[in-house]
Structures are given as C-alpha cells and as structure tokens.
Design a protein. Sequence first.
Length: 320
Amino acid sequence: MSTLLPFARQARPVAETRRTTSSDKFISIEGIARRYPAPGGKQTTIFENLWLPVRRGEFVCMIGHSGCGKTTVLNILAGLEAPSEGVVIVDGQAIAGTSLDRAVIFQGHALLPWRSVLGNVAYAVSSRWRKAKRAEVEARARKAIATVGLAGSEHKRPSELSGGMKQRVGIARALSIEPKILLMDEPFSALDALTRGTLQDEVRRICVETGQTVFMITHDVDEAIYLADRIVLMTNGPEAKVAEIVENPLPKDRDRTQLHHAPGYYALRNHLIDFLVTRSRTLRDAMPEGYDPMHPPVVRPSLSEADAAAITAEKPALRA
C-alpha cells in the first residue's frame, strides 16, 4: 500500500530510487553481464551491470526490443546460461546450473508426443519426487491438469490437442513440480488472441491464488499491464541496461473486460508505449543524470487529477 499512495498524490511524472532491503529480495540479480566473442578477438556485450531485486510472490514482466538480452536474462535465471560477470541469488543461494526449483515455460510447449497429457505431467512430477509412489505421482499430475482447466483430457495425446491446450499442458507440467520460481518466455505469443486472453486469465488466477513468484518476458504492453506487479524496461542492445522499473498501480483483483476503465490505466500504458517507441533508443547512450545501475529508478507514470482521486478513494481495493 505504501508504494501506491505516493503515486495517487502526484500531479506529474515521478521517478524515485528506492533501495530494496535484503529481506525483500527473493531473487537478487547482482551486476550480471553477458558477452559473446566477436570477430577480431573482440567481444559483443549484450547487456551489462544489470541489477534487479524481485520479491517473493511478485509477478515481474521484462519488456524491451529484440536484441536487449531479455531471453538471455531468463536463461541465466533458469541456469541454462552462466553470466559473463555478476551473480544471481535465489532464496539465499547463488544459481549454479538448472534446478527443479525453477520451472521454465517457453513459446513452444515441447511435449513428448508419445505420452498422454497425464503422462507428460506425471513425467515432470516423477522427476521432482523420485521416490514417490505411482498413485501419488498421478494424483499430483491430475491436480495440476485440473488447475489449468484440462480435467477430462488426461488421456489425450498432443496430436489431439489444440495449440492453446498444448500450452496449458506445458503450464500444468511446470506447476506440478511446485517450483519456487516460474520463468516464462513469451508463452502466449504464438496463440490466437482469444486463446491468449484465456490463458493469461488462467495464469494470473493461478499465480495470485498460489503466491507464485514469476519472471516473464513479453513484447505485449497490454499483457504486461494485465499480469505484472512491476514492469522492467530495458534499453536497446547491445550494451543494454535496465532503464527503469515501473510500478503497476492497478489492484491485484483485475477484470480484463474492465481494465481500460481502471484509474491510471492509460497513464501507465502511454508511459510504456512512449518508452518503447522513443526513449528506449536514446537512453542506451545517455542515461539520466544520477542514474545508479545498482538501484534502477522506480517510476510511477503521471495521473490525471480524476485518476489520482479515484485511486485514493480505492485504498481498500489496492490493499487486497
């Protein structure tokens, strides 16, 4: 609540540097960089000096143009790549390789075609709990399948499923292992608009109900606004940086059909689009005066007086 009240009182854009205490950091990205060999013995720096804290139970989206290293950041979080510099700490432990504590959902569902829906999810469960009996594995798998709305489809094979259903199986498989962190790399981008919206609803419901910590990459501004608690904006690559972290002022309880009526919605959306269209290109080489990469500025876009009054009046909703 305390992070949202100042937003409601401002009449102009606000950018502040707020230090996150160590107790707030469930994920702590500390000064990571990723560099690759280039011709002539040189190196290409995709991003560098990237610092980002993520709180437990928080849904964070990262937005930026292609080439800024978003997927590379996610791969480092997953343990699929190692940073050239820096370290990532999760729940007090530095990441060193992959772990079932961190589940990844990619654009492609990557299901095993010879296994049923139940078989695909059960395979993940048995990998997590290797000594579990068959009945327990199946029960856990069925619970995850029901969570994503696929109860009754347990014995279908991937070839019998639509694209949206396949992605649901991928989400169920990730949730079934009860990860500490859910990592998503544009998981809905290949789906039609209706299916994408339905799955966004499912993911948001699941994450809010379970308190899941999520780090997600997206190019879709509206998707980020609907899903995220905070939105991380990256400058263009190479040598990309975190330009700012935008607090989402919308209440936790969000209705997709009414989202555009929510106070602050258009201020937030315009701020994100303005960044992607213009500022992401200029900030890479000229960061604002006083910019501290260890503590990227927390930004709350400007509100109209009517929106500010409406948010102030909705304190109980924001606290929920």
